[in-house]
Design a protein. Structure first.
Lengths: 101, 620
């Protein structure tokens, strides 16, 4: 038996929505970060699902790119979070509002 | 080489200007003066050589230097034109100019800015010669503006004196009014005639509509009223007497102020084509002549008397032009250059002797210490009053004769009557000036002033000018064949009036002058103050024009300026600028609330934007 495409897409959308919600409502920078990863991987899931369904390779290639970029982003993002923590002793994103107009 | 001659006439004083202007201050004064005068002498000699060329007496000698403006179908070459008319002007300008340069060497001997003075004077000579020799109206205009600049520089030569600086500015501003009209007229002429070269303009005259010709000539004449100090733009000339006296003699009596007369004579066929303009010229000239003469009657400053007298004599020249006798106007221009320069130089000699005193109430009895100066002044005065067989007699008499012929039986006879009245007033005021200055009793003279007659460098130019003032009339005397008038008539295409005036007319003109002299000598004999009562006050107030100018024109301009500065500037211009700044400030203040600094708000904004875009894309 095979899982229909629609199920993958529903799961992908659900994961993406969770990621967005996490980014918007959580205050801990690390959790926000994890939510971003969730969004990226939900997109990866739909890429894979479409690639499989259509029998084409481009979707899988894109996923590799996304994974590489995500890995790089994690490095940079964690470095920023550590720098913020060192400077302000907190990882609460609501405390980081220097750019308020 | 031959073609370079007219160019060199201009270049010589120009070189003197550069030399004296740049290195003159480091050189001995004697050298500066010799170079200043020498370059003008070179101009005069070159002019003498140039006017002998056959082309000059023929159609005119045009020297095209280069193509100045070439735009589309319009081409304005930079050209010089030496013909019968400009030949007369070049000789008068460079000749009288040379004499006044020599005089200046003595007069300005003690001035710290000696080289600057000669640099300006040489620049003026070059500009004036360019004005006179210009082959197109545009070239003439360049010279016209340059002499205006030199006039400004020289009136304000002693610029540390506020009166001199103000007078210079006034001359500049008042001339600007006339020049603006001149410029408009010139542009209109270029559009109508298609060219500004004198030859082309004259050739195009028959095709011009009379209305267009009238408008153009009236505008050009408005420019002439500014430069030649006629009503209503005469006010700057009396104030211009703040400059050194030789400057008054050269620029504000003999040469620059006659530029307006020259310009009208230059475009005479155009003015003749325009219906009413020449009548306007004649009426303005006659009115100015009488007006300025009456004001001269009540002045106490000797130089101001001569300034108003210059305005008055320029009026005569315009009368000559206006009654279809341009050769008479040009003749009077020439003789006036002689005798008015002489009068001014004599006045300068008085100032020189008296340590700068020029108020006639403090002069008097100077005939004894200043014998030669007094003689020069009296000869010049006699020439101006038209005393028989002096130079002014021939030229003024000719103008009045032609004015009479032109106006006989019509309303324009008033021009002649005004001219005759002016002749009388002229005789009275110049006699008054001579009596107050030279005749006893001496005024209470300051004890530290010891009048002495002029040094040779000042005396010789006066002597030459005195000879010219006395005998210059032969240029236009019928018994001598009137060489100058014949020369000019050929230029204007007029036939000679060989019949001569009716004896009664000449007699009347002479009698009026003699009557004026007699009255002046009797009235001011042994007396210093002759009250003219209400009439004198009327004259002093410039026939009521002075209050009008002071309150309406100057006051109006001042009020307008204040209004602009305090209302328009502050409210409108500053208001617009400040308003824009305030708008940007308020807009920024409102929009800064959007910039919360919270990452999640930005993320939400991105999300919302994406959703909206997707919705639009899906639903459209």
């Amino acid at each position: 038996m095979s899982v229909p495409l629609g199920a993958y897409l529903v799961l992908s959308a659900a994961l993406f929505t969770m990621g967005v919600t996490g980014v918007l409502v959580r205050r801990n920078a690390l959790v926000v970060f994890m939510s971003i990863e969730l969004m990226l991987n939900s997109v990866n899931l739909s890429f894979i699902a479409f690639a499989r369904q259509l029998g084409r390779i481009e979707g899988q290639v894109s996923v590799f790119f996304v994974m590489v970029i995500a890995a790089v982003e994690v490095v940079v993002g964690l470095a920023i979070i550590i720098a913020i923590f060192r400077a302000r002793d907190t990882v609460d994103v609501d405390d980081v509002d220097l750019l308020r107009g | 080489m031959g073609n370079a001659l007219p160019v060199l006439i201009i270049v010589a004083p120009l070189a003197g200007w550069l030399f004296n202007g740049f290195v003159g201050s480091r050189l001995p004064r004697r050298l500066v003066g010799v170079i200043g005068s020498g370059t003008v002498a070179v101009s005069f000699l070159l002019a003498l050589a140039a006017v002998r060329r056959p082309e000059v007496a023929g159609g005119g000698w045009t020297v095209t230097l280069y193509s100045w403006i070439a735009a589309g179908g319009t081409a304005v070459p930079f050209s010089l034109l030496l013909d019968r008319l400009s030949a007369v002007m070049v000789l008068v300008v460079s000749g009288v100019g040379f004499l006044i340069h020599v005089y200046s060497m003595g007069y300005m001997a003690g001035d710290p800015a000696y080289s600057r003075y000669f640099a300006y004077l040489n620049l003026f000579m070059a500009s004036m010669l360019l004005l006179v020799l210009g082959g197109s109206l545009l070239t003439l205009f360049v010279g016209w503006e340059l002499v205006g600049l030199c006039s400004y520089l020289l009136i304000g030569f002693w610029f540390v004196r506020p009166a001199a600086a103000t007078a210079g500015r006034k001359a500049f501003v008042v001339n600007r009014i006339g020049d603006a009209a001149f410029l408009v007229g010139m542009i209109a002429l270029a559009l109508e005639a298609g060219t500004l070269e004198f030859g082309g303009v004259i050739a195009a005259v028959p095709d011009l509509a009379p209305a267009a010709a009238t408008a153009i000539t009236l505008l050009l004449f408005a420019g002439a009223t500014g430069k030649s100090a006629q009503l209503p733009l005469y006010t700057w000339l009396p104030d211009a007497m703040e400059g050194p006296t030789p400057v008054s003699a050269l620029i504000h009596a003999a040469t620059m102020v006659t530029a307006g007369v020259y310009m009208v004579a230059r475009l005479y066929p155009l003015f003749a084509q325009a219906g009413g303009t020449l009548t306007v010229v004649a009426v303005v000239g006659a009115l100015t002549a009488l007006f300025a003469a009456t004001i001269a009657l009540v002045q106490w400053d000797l130089k101001r008397v001569l300034a108003y007298s210059t305005i008055s004599q320029l009026g005569y020249m315009f009368v000559g032009l206006g009654v279809f006798a341009p050769e008479a106007g040009m003749f009077h221009l020439t003789t006036q250059a002689f005798f008015k320069a002489l009068l001014f130089l004599a006045a300068g000699s008085v100032m020189h002797a008296m340590g700068g005193i020029i108020d006639m109430r403090r002069l008097g009895g100077l005939i004894r210490p200043l014998r030669w100066t007094a003689l020069g002044f009296i000869l010049g005065a006699l020439a101006m009053t038209g005393f028989p067989f002096f130079s002014g007699y021939f030229s003024k008499e000719l103008i009045l004769e032609r004015a009479y012929e032109h106006g006989r039986g019509g309303l324009l006879l008033l021009v002649w009557i005004a001219g005759l009245a002016t002749s009388f007033v002229t005789a009275v005021y110049i006699t008054r000036a001579a009596m107050l200055t030279f005749a006893p009793p001496p005024a209470d003279r300051p004890h530290d002033v010891h009048p002495h007659d002029a040094p040779p460098s000042m005396a010789w130019p006066m002597a030459v000018l005195a000879v010219l003032s006395v005998f210059g009339g032969v240029l236009g005397a019928r018994s001598a064949g009137a060489p100058l008038l014949g020369w000019l008539r050929a230029f204007f295409g007029l036939e000679a009036h060989d019949t001569g005036p009716p004896a009664l007319l000449t007699g009347l003109t002479v009698a009026v002058g003699l009557l004026g002299i007699a009255l002046g000598s009797l009235a001011y004999r042994g007396r210093r103050d002759v009250g003219l009562g209400a009439v004198g006050v009327f004259f002093e107030r410039h026939w009521g024009l002075q209050p009008f100018y002071d309150h309406v024109i100057t006051g109006g301009a001042r009020a307008l300026g204040t209004a602009l500065a305090e209302v328009v500037e502050v409210r409108v211009i500053d208001g617009a600028v400040n308003g824009l700044a305030a708008l940007a400030g308020h807009a920024g203040g409102a929009l800064r609330r959007v910039q919360t600094g919270y990452v999640r708000h930005y993320a939400a904004a991105i999300l919302g934007g994406t959703v909206l875009l997707l919705a639009y894309w899906l639903l459209r």
